[in-house]
Structure formats: C-alpha cells, structure tokens
Design a protein around this ligand. Structure first.
Ligand code: B1H
Length: 830
C-alpha cells in the first residue's frame, strides 16, 4: 500500500515491529522518532516539548499529504467545478488535534505518547495559533473550509499569509495592551510553499490606449509603476474521516528580485530598500488600522494583492487543464467573504478583456456568473468605501473599468427607474456626497449572480434597508444562508467527555449529520440521564477552573453559574450592559435587598480594536467591576467577575463547554448573525439574548421556553431612533439604573475615581447609540429569571440538554449544503 513509509521502520532501530499501517500507535511512534531525528535533528532524550510538538505535527502532516495527493488527482481527472472562497481572514485555530480528529488517529497518537511518556495535550498546547482573523468572519471561513472538505466539495480557500496575526492581548491594570503575534517564529509545519503558483501583481502608474491597426478598436494598456511578487503557501485542510483534503492557499508578498536590482543598479540604494519594504509590508499584518491615509492605502493594496493572485491562479489552472477561457464560470465559483475581495470583480474584467481579449459583454456575463457576495454587516461604518484619489492612483486601470461598469449599470437603472435621480445616485458605484468614493458593496452586488446575508433577520434587513434599491432592481439575486459552525472542532474537539456521552446514546451519525442530536430528546425526562448531563457539565467547569487556576491563579467555584460573554469588544455587542447589570446586583446585595442569590461567575473575553478607545474603556469597566465585587466581603462569594485575557480559538475551545449561560445581548438589528451563540448552544449552554441575528433562529429551534429573551426588537429600535431616543428618560424612570449610573459617575465603584468612566457615562446618558439604557431593566428581569431557574438543577439540565439536542441546524455542514444548492450550483449527491 502506498501509505507505508519504509524509512519509518528503517530508522527506528529499537523495535522489530513494522508499522502495519501508519495510523496505528506503533506506526505513529516510529514516525515520531524518525521526525525527531530527521526533521527536528535532536536525540529524542534532549528534546523539549516544542520539539515534540513539531515532530508530532510533521508526522500528522505526512498522513494528511497522502490523502491530499489522491484528492488533487481525482479533482483533475474528473474536471470538477471548484469553489474558491476568497477571504481576507481565515481564523483556523490550532491544527494538530483537529487534524488527528479528522483523520481518526487521536487514540493511536495518545497511545504512542503514553509509550513515549509524553502527554499529547501538553504537546498540543505548544502549537502557536494561526490568528489570521479578527473574529466571526474569519472563523466562519475556517468552519466552511472544514465543512466543504467533509462534504467533498472541491474547494480552495484563498487569502493572505499575514506574518503577524491578530495581536496578543495582555490586560494590565484593567487596560488592554497589545503585543505583536509572532506565530511564524519557529516555522510552521502545516504549510507548504507552492513554487509553481507564484504570481505578480501590479500597482500604480497610468493607462494608455492604442488603436488596433486592423479593426480600429481601442486597446487598453496598463503601465504600472511597480509590481509585487505573490508566493503561495498551501495548508492542507482534511475532511472528517473521508480521505478528502482541500487547499488553503495564502499569499505572501515579496519584492520582485529584478525590480529591486534595477533600482539598485541605478544607484538608488535607499529607494531599492524602500520598495522592498513596501512590497513586503503588504502581507505583514492583519488589517492595519485604517484611519490614516497610509493605512487605507496599505489595506487596499492587501485586498487587491491577494485577490489578483487568486484570480490569476485560477486562470493559470484553467489553462493548465486546457479549458477554454470562455468557460471560466463553469469551472470556478468564487465566493466573496464580504467586500474585502470585491475588487476581484474589476480584476476579472481586466484579465478577460485586456489580457484574454474577450469583448466587454461576454466578459461581463462570465464575471457575473462567477461571483457570489456574502454580506456580513449592516453597520454603515463597516461598509467599505475607498476615497477615489487613493483608489485611482493605486489601480488606474481598475478605476476605468469600474467607471465603465457603472456607466452601463446606471444606463440600465435609468431605463428601469425613469426620472428617479436620487435612486441612481444612491446606487452608483461612485459616491459623490462630499469626497468621491468607490462603493465596494455596490460593486459586489452589481458584479455577482447572488448576494446573501448570514441570518434570516440580517438578510431581510439587507433587502429592506441597506441594499433596498438593489433588491428592487434584482429581487432574484438575494438570498439567505444562515451561518453555522463545525461540530468537529466546536463539539468533538472542544468537549471529548460530552462527545463520549453523545456517542454512547446516539452512536456516531451526528458527527456528520448534526440533526441526529435530536435523538437526545428521548432522554429529556430521564432523571438518571439528566443527572449524568449535569455531572459532565460540572466536570467541564472543573476543567476550565483548572486552566484558569494555572494561567491566572484564580480559583473559580464550579457550583456557581458560569455566565459567559466571549466575542470582540464592541459597543453594539454591549459588554457594558452586562457589566452594568452586575453593578446592579452589587448595589442590591449591598442594600440587603438581594439575599439568596445563586452564586455566579461572570466570564468575559475578547479583543478591542487597538484604536477603538471606547471598547478599551469597556474592558476597563469589566475589570473594575471585577475588582469591586471580588474584594467586597459581602459579594465576593456570590459574584465573581473575570476578564480572561487573549481570547482565541483555543481559549474558546476551553470556554464553550463550561458555560451555563450564553450572553447574546447585542442591540437588535446590529449583529448580522453571531456564531459564538451556536458554539454555546451545541455545548449545552442556555442563551440570554435579544431578537437579533442568529438568536432568532436559535430560539425558533430550541423553543421560547428554553431561551431567556429580553429587549427591544429591531423594528422598535428603528422606531425609537426615528422618534428621537432619549436615554435619560430610562435613567430617570429606573431606580436601579439610576443607582448604577450615579455610582459610576461619582466614583463609588472605582475608589472615588470619577474621571475614568466619565466619557462612558456621558455617552450612555446623552447618546447611547446602542440602546443600553432602554434595555437595562428588561435585561435585569431576564437575568433574574435565569438565576431562579438555575437553582432548579433538574429544570436547568433539561433546558441545557434541549439546547444541544436542537442545535442541528447550526452545523456549518447545513450552511455549506445551502451554498451548494442556492449559490454555487454544486450537486452534492454525485
Ligand atoms: C462580521 C465583519 C468585519 N461582519 C470588517 N463584518 C472587518 C468587518 O477588519 N475589518 O475591516 C472585519 C470584520 N465581521 C461578523 O461576521 C458579524 O459581525 C457577525 O455577526 C457574523 O456572525 C460574522 C460571520 O458572518
């Protein structure tokens, strides 16, 4: 068999047992020893844990590579249609244990480790997490790669190989401090450079036209100022137990060798170095802050760089397979993960018209048939718009193409909506209010065959509001695909004891058909099983408690309710609402009003954008509340508030299984979907939340009696906004809110410091864009209800079990099936 690697037995020296197959414990142990010698280059007895992790990673990679080769061969042989998922972020999380899980070699690896006297989990903890994403959007891309491969959808993920991922967060005196993330410092065993795929991407310069001598047609030529080399690094993505492996291809920017030399030879040494630096800066860091002109320009360069490399790569592969370029859209289905890669629409037009010399109309038909656009946010400040001067100077040919797309598009709209000049102006790809801008969302909608939101409500709001004009012009272009998360990482990897319990009663079908978890409902009145359910929940909390003790030296009470909010820190996600509610509890305990409160542990985690001052103040608020309630003898046994620093995928895997209550408290209409809510649900946490994003669908699935609902609805919010919202009215009406806000203003909670939180208090009482004041009382009501039910442990376990049982819809396998059916037109039952 070809899986066999003879050298494993050849070099082992210590044992006569040949590796019968490379998935056995013996096979793994021998491969480990071989990599320790040949890849790490150390006698095993001198190796440290990092060496051991690396040796293990390499042998697991070998096993993934075998399946990769056969997958690629079969794709080429069958000339399959390929999905290209273009995303500026892929937040993969650690590979080692995930790859073992998907290959089905975890038990063998554990056994091999036992024999070598190592702990597999300790080895795995050495892996630096590839933090190539900010939050939900990047993690979604990673879940989709897992599901596409598991469902055997031929797919390539295309993105940027950032040298520095999302910053590492430290909390110092309650304030966030950022450190750079050197995830590549000791090499990355999970990637393979693909030299054949190197691309060249141009920037700047000007365009020229010449007349074709025979036809008299105008020929456009882009004369760029400089080019940058794109080097491909591939990471294999294994499917779940199906021997399929897809490719994640990330581009690294490097200086063009010849280009450097040319300047260098002219004697402009500084210039050569500067250009080299500028080239390599493109893939240096994940999303540099874009407030400055320089930052904006760099970000646009990143987007164009990886999108152009990716499209050129598709064209290269297309031709390699001798397919006619006119059939591009039959072969490739390109999904735009938000507008970040939407410049690809103009880039494909450029490639087809300027380079492949296809006529405009045909090129446009191909382009539109190629792309799909997923929108991830309604927040106006997150809808990308590029100042025209920056855009035109970096991409002079693309701006011409966009003007031409726009000219034709507006002509259609003028025919469709005669006289409606205001509508034309709103729909134009070029914004003319104030400084001229290129509107990337408009470009993405106009250039795609399908547009989707990421949860039912979000997709409706897109049609009713943000993209209303476009919906009215192209109603059939709009659809919804509710997000999902992969149960392999978020249930099986995150919670092995729960997985074992589920396997025991349900078998293993749920691993790839999460709806099979419904079978759990048979046990909902089984007192013995509910007891088991509660015990395993307590064990999960104990495991997280051990970790927090080890890493933060804080002891948690596993009998208390674990009430968790982990996600990016943002005003619309309202971590401050959570903190203010805790201050409310504090006040009521101090006044003697609250006595028999069930003890609670409030856990927070998440990063604030480095330039987002308000969000950083929200972290400080949480930490201040934590110190206050933790020191006060009257509250310290009842309330514990902890901000867990440096939230990440791997930390999430520790936290979700231990949560009792899941905080999903965004202002209605603001969270496009949310995906953390789904991870909590699968792991049996009950949600407290608003009617926002995927919460609505979670509540629909789990039943209203198993969800703690509160707060204004999206239409109520919109109405309040129109009528003129006055947060102070709510402050005046609610005695508890008044006590909390007054206390915060007067320094009662911060050792007399009245300054730190003054901006926050002022904002909440005077502006409160996210309706924290309006929702405070109802949130406190829902919280107290949750607290009461938690005291009835049987009732709570029942709710918890039903959350897991009814989480089937939220598998990313279901999402990917819908993308295949409604957007990519890929038949899954081949
Ligand atoms: C989401 C983003 C996002 N929506 C801009 N938009 C970024 C926008 O660095 N940037 O410029 C980064 C990220 N991220 C999230 O996507 C939504 O807020 C969530 O509700 C949703 O679940 C997630 C996945 O669809």
């Amino acid at each position: 068999s070809h899986g066999q690697q003879p050298s494993e037995t050849e070099t082992s020296g210590t044992t006569a047992i040949a590796a019968q197959d490379n998935r056995s414990a013996d096979g793994i142990r021998l491969a480990f020893l071989r990599h320790m010698r040949r890849t790490i280059g150390k006698p095993v007895e001198f190796s440290n844990t990092l060496d051991q992790y690396r040796a293990m990673a390499h042998l697991v990679r070998d096993r993934v590579m075998d399946d990769w080769i056969t997958t690629v061969e079969s794709y080429v042989q069958h000339n399959v249609r390929v999905v290209c998922y273009l995303s500026a972020e892929f937040l993969l999380g650690p590979h080692l244990l995930n790859a073992m899980l998907n290959l089905g070699i975890t038990d063998s690896a554990e056994k091999a480790c036992d024999e070598l006297h190592y702990s597999l989990t300790q080895l795995a903890d050495e892996e630096p997490e590839p933090g190539l994403g900010n939050g939900g959007l990047g993690r979604l891309a990673a879940c989709y790669m897992d599901s596409m491969t598991t469902l055997e959808v031929p797919a390539v993920g295309y993105g940027l190989r950032y040298e520095f991922g999302i910053f590492r967060q430290e909390i110092r005196d309650g304030w966030q401090v950022e450190h750079s993330d050197k995830w590549l410092e000791y090499g990355n065993p999970w990637e393979i450079p693909a030299s054949e795929a190197t691309q060249h991407v141009s920037f700047g310069g000007h365009t020229e036209t010449t007349k074709d001598e025979k036809t008299g047609e105008l020929i456009w030529k882009w004369v760029p100022a400089f080019t940058v080399k794109g080097v491909a690094y591939d990471t294999p993505i294994p499917g779940y137990r199906n021997k399929q492996v897809n490719r994640l291809r990330l581009w690294k920017a490097e200086a063009e060798d010849s280009f450097d030399l040319e300047i260098f030879n002219r004697g402009d040494y500084m210039g050569a170095v500067r250009d080299k630096m500028e080239s390599e800066t493109i893939s240096k860091v994940l999303y540099p802050p874009d407030e400055t002109e320089q930052g904006k320009r760099l970000r646009l360069m990143q987007q164009y760089f990886f999108t152009s490399c990716s499209l050129q790569d598709m064209v290269r592969l297309h031709k390699l397979q001798k397919l006619p370029i006119e059939k591009f859209a039959d072969k490739w289905s390109v999904q735009l993960n938000d507008t970040h890669p939407s410049i690809g629409i103009a880039e494909l037009m450029r490639i087809l018209t300027d380079e492949e010399e296809i006529g405009w109309d045909e090129a446009w038909t191909i382009t539109q048939a190629t792309f799909g656009y997923t929108n991830h946010t309604l927040l106006p400040e997150a809808l990308e718009k590029w100042p025209l001067p920056i855009f035109a100077s970096l991409l002079p040919r693309h701006i011409e193409i966009i003007y031409e797309i726009n000219r034709r598009f507006l002509k259609d709209m003028q025919a469709k909506f005669p006289g409606d000049t205001a509508r034309w102006a709103r729909m134009s790809l070029i914004g003319e209010d104030g400084e001229k801008q290129v509107r990337m969302a408009n470009l993405a909608v106009v250039g795609s065959k399908m547009v989707n939101g990421v949860a039912k409500l979000h997709s409706e709001l897109l049609k009713e509001d943000t993209l209303k004009d476009f919906y009215e012009a192209f109603p059939n272009r709009f659809t919804n695909v509710t997000n999902g998360v992969t149960p392999r990482r978020w249930l099986m990897l995150a919670d092995p004891p729960l997985t074992a319990l589920l396997n025991e009663v349900l078998g293993t079908a749920w691993h790839t058909d999460l709806y099979a978890l419904r079978g759990l409902e048979d046990y909902v009145d089984d007192a013995g099983f509910l007891d088991k359910w509660r015990k395993r929940q307590e064990e999960s909390k104990g495991r997280l408690g051990d970790f927090i003790k080890r890493s933060m030296d804080v002891s948690l009470n596993p009998a208390s309710m674990f009430d968790v909010q982990v996600k990016r820190i943002h005003e619309y996600k309202r971590q401050h609402l959570n903190a203010l509610h805790i201050l409310g509890l504090y006040c009521r305990i101090k006044s003697g009003e609250l006595k028999d409160l069930p003890p609670r542990t409030f856990l927070f985690g998440g990063k604030a954008a480095p330039s987002y001052t308000y969000a950083k103040l929200m972290i400080k608020l949480v930490c201040t509340v934590g110190e206050l309630v933790g020191k006060d003898p009257q509250t310290k046994d009842l309330l514990r508030v902890l901000f867990v620093p440096d939230y990440s995928v791997s930390l999430g895997q520790r936290i979700y299984p231990a949560a009792d209550l899941s905080e999903q408290i965004s202002t209605a209409g603001k969270e496009a979907s949310g995906t953390g809510c789904m991870k909590f649900m699968m792991n049996g946490a009950v949600a407290i939340g608003t009617l926002d994003g995927a919460n609505i669908e979670i509540r629909e699935e789990v039943g209203e009696e198993n969800f703690f609902l509160f707060g204004l609805t999206a239409p109520q919010i919109a109405e309040k906004q129109k009528a003129g919202y006055r947060p102070r009215d709510f402050y005046e009406k609610s005695p508890l809110l008044r006590e909390v806000m007054d206390g915060l203003r007067d320094g009662r909670f911060s050792n007399g410091d009245r300054d730190t939180f003054a901006p926050l208090v002022r904002d909440l009482l005077e502006v409160d864009r996210y309706f924290v004041m309006a929702d405070f009382d109802d949130y406190a009501r829902a919280q107290s209800e949750a607290g009461k039910i938690f005291c009835d442990s049987k009732k709570w376990s029942r709710m918890s079990l039903l959350n897991t049982a009814r989480s089937g819809k939220f598998s990313s396998d279901r999402s990917i099936r819908e993308y295949c059916q409604n957007i990519w037109k890929i038949n899954l039952d081949r």
